[in-house]
Design a protein around this ligand. Structure first.
Ligand SMILES: Cc1cc2nc3c(=O)[nH]c(=O)nc-3n(C[C@H](O)[C@H](O)[C@H](O)COP(=O)(O)OP(=O)(O)OC[C@H]3O[C@@H](n4cnc5c(N)ncnc54)[C@H](O)[C@@H]3O)c2cc1C
Length: 384
């Protein structure tokens, strides 16, 4: 095994969080000579699609937004509405565009070095951290880790996943309203669970359709495929279609915090840093927010930046939501329908992006009008 020279920073994992951080560092005022970016994969596959909403049009990732919309539709069994999202926009970034854009830019910056290696361990030492891979040891003053996810699930904590499969489908005739994605469509059997579809139109003849569940475990790929077939048939009867891409995934939705067993020279980012919102699975927006905060700390000469953390009250709301879903006394579909029916869309999107103030949050939680929510909140407040 080889001992590599020391790097200023090592970025372990070049997925969404690693590459977001790398690009922002490359463009920043942070002084560094060498950054090593490590991943076991080459990131040359379109392995996921990110949807999110924001109010800005000058974020670093704006040029690679594939589609964006000023409206979306919410559908449930007893309520349906097309929402004008202003000042928000609902945006979509394709994984492959993201990887290509970031890697093209970073390869032009001579301060970045890339190594493909499967990582085995990370550890902090007095003035540096070491990453051990199958191909060697790498030393840097700091490691930003998104490769290893560590979560000790407490026995009394809820440990769910948001699991899904999506198809990019193509039709020969016009089929989709390309001006309006379907954010959530609950017109499907809930199976004593929380299930919905969403549909993101790329054009009149091409769309991403996903079937999603929030449950303790994922389903078999054939089961998602069956649901997608039924959904397409129901909404576009008799229209022939071809599945041109498939994405399958799961995102942790657990109450227990992600932990950092690697010491103070290692900073966890992305899902590993706890930046996947447990009650929704949305992560892209939070990755951008927290990697930008890290870069700002380094620009301000903070030698070891603090690991960005979600605000305690949002962690608490998520715990309550997971608990309510888990108890199954209220249907998840009914909860989300009420949220969309009773609140202004901008306020709700602020809340889901953890950008609201406590007064707004009181209104939103009050709109749930459920003694069961209150009882769950009290229970979670006093739970260990
Ligand atoms: C299919 C899919 C769709 C999603 N859609 C959305 C969405 O629409 N909106 C949203 O907000 N969020 C979405 N998410 C959630 C989240 O945004 C993504 O999971 C996001 O990629 C998380 O970024 P990350 O950097 O933490 O992890 P990743 O992007 O998974 O990056 C981690 C990297 O670490 C590497 N790695 C792992 N282990 C090792 C090892 N031992 N050695 C070397 N390298 C290693 C991996 O190869 C990978 O490149 C989705 C997730 C999935 C899976």
């Amino acid at each position: 095994m080889s001992q590599n020279p020391g790097y200023d920073y090592i970025i372990a994992g070049m997925g969404c969080a690693g590459l977001s951080l790398a690009v922002q560092l490359s463009r920043s005022r942070v002084r560094f000579s060498k950054i090593l970016v490590l991943d076991k994969e080459l990131k040359n596959k379109n392995d996921r699609t990110w949807c999110f909403w924001d109010k800005e049009n000058h974020n670093w990732y704006e040029p690679l937004v594939f589609r964006k919309w000023g409206q979306f539709r919410f559908r449930s069994t007893d309520f349906e509405k097309k929402f004008d999202l202003h000042p928000y926009q609902y945006k979509l970034v394709r994984g492959i565009d993201f990887y290509n854009y970031c890697l093209d830019e970073l390869r032009k910056d001579p301060r970045f070095e890339f190594v493909q290696d499967e990582l085995l361990e990370i550890s902090s030492h007095e003035n540096y951290a070491i990453v051990k891979g199958k191909g060697g040891y790498y030393q840097g003053t700091l490691v930003f880790n998104s490769a290893f996810r560590n979560q000790t699930i407490k026995t009394n904590h809820i440990n769910y996943v948001q699991h899904f499969m999506g198809w990019v489908v193509e039709t020969k005739t016009d089929c989709f309203d390309e001006t309006c994605p379907v954010f959530m469509d609950f017109n499907t059997e809930q199976e004593n669970d929380f299930r919905f579809f969403y549909l993101i139109p790329y054009s009149k003849t091409k769309a991403l359709v996903e079937y999603t569940g929030f449950s303790p475990g994922a389903m078999k790929p054939e089961a998602y495929a069956e649901k997608l077939k039924i959904y397409f048939q129901k909404n576009h009867p008799g229209t022939p279609y071809t599945v041109i891409e498939t994405e399958l995934g799961s995102i942790p939705m657990a109450e227990s915090a992600f932990v950092n067993p690697y010491g103070n020279r290692v900073i966890n980012i992305g899902t590993a840093g706890g930046h996947s919102k447990p009650s929704t699975g949305y992560t892209f927006y939070f990755i951008q927010k927290y990697t930008a905060q890290l870069v700002a700390q380094l620009e301000n000469d903070k030698r070891i930046p603090e690991e960005p953390r979600r605000k305690a009250r949002f962690l608490f709301y998520d715990k309550v939501m997971l608990y309510v879903l888990h108890q199954k006394k209220l249907e998840g579909r009914a909860i989300f329908t009420r949220l969309f029916k009773k609140n202004k869309i901008e306020t709700l999107l602020d809340f889901l992006n953890e950008a609201s103030d406590w007064k707004t949050e009181l209104k939103i939680t009050g709109s749930m009008n459920s003694r069961f929510f209150l009882a769950s909140a009290i229970k979670k407040l006093f739970a260990l």
